[in-house]
Design a protein around this ligand. Structure first.
Ligand code: C5J
Length: 220
């Protein structure tokens, strides 16, 4: 049994063979200038501090031989999996599907959709393309986790209050015990990130736990 004694709001326990890492949307479209995040008017440099901790977390899971899932938010080129309501929101100069400096925004196969080099998936790691904010919606994630007999998730990535939080809540409703990696997640709005960390652990850990990457690495 793995135990993160310092996890908030109380120690987090996970059977050693039943934990996986879900690294959410560490894509050029969110982390680099010229992508979706920037088109929405965000300062993408605010996400950079989570890259190095996320790389350490990935390295820890790789060393321990534990399962790793990377997700990418993206849509089919014909946008058939992008509800007009989603595309219409944001009102930036570029919408999902429009051509930008890194190819069409959030379209599968375009350069902007790729995971940044520092966190590039390795052979054997699963990459799940997702049309929603949550990683369970319209994807094979749950089947994959069942195949691995995984019941516990470490969740990291961007952005904390959008795809990371949505995925954590989806996972919680499906019965997974989730710990959010505090320094391996980031938001364009630091106050939103802090609010999510606070929300997760409030009310006795109503939807999960949080822990730092160092605390997670100690037990992997
Ligand atoms: C957003 C995400 N923020 N990956 N996507 O639209 O959080």
């Amino acid at each position: 049994m793995l135990e993160i004694a310092a996890a908030r709001p109380y120690p987090y326990l996970a059977p050693a063979g039943a934990i996986a890492l879900v690294m959410i949307d560490m894509q050029r479209d969110f982390l680099e200038p010229g992508g979706f995040g920037a088109a929405l008017g965000n300062d993408v440099t605010l996400l950079a501090p989570c890259i190095e901790p996320a790389a350490r977390l990935l390295a820890g899971f790789r060393r321990a031989g534990l399962p790793i899932v990377h997700t990418r938010e993206c849509h089919r080129p014909d946008l058939s999996d992008c509800p007009p309501a989603k595309r219409g929101r944001g009102r930036g100069p570029l919408r999902i599907g429009d051509p930008g400096p890194m190819g069409r925004i959030l379209i599968a196969g375009e350069p902007g959709v790729e995971i940044i080099d520092d966190l590039a998936p390795r052979p054997g790691e699963i990459v799940i393309d997702k049309p929603g904010k949550g990683a369970f919606h319209a994807t094979s994630l749950q089947q994959q986790l069942r195949a691995w007999s995984v019941s516990h998730l470490v969740i990291a990535g961007v952005t904390t209050e959008v795809c990371v939080q949505t995925t954590l809540r989806e996972a919680n409703d499906r019965g997974y015990d989730c710990v959010l990696a505090e320094d391996a997640t980031a938001s364009y709005f630091p106050a939103f990130k802090q609010a999510v960390l606070d929300m997760v652990v409030a009310q006795g850990g109503i939807v999960g736990w949080t822990a730092s990457v160092s605390q997670l690495l100690e037990v992997l």
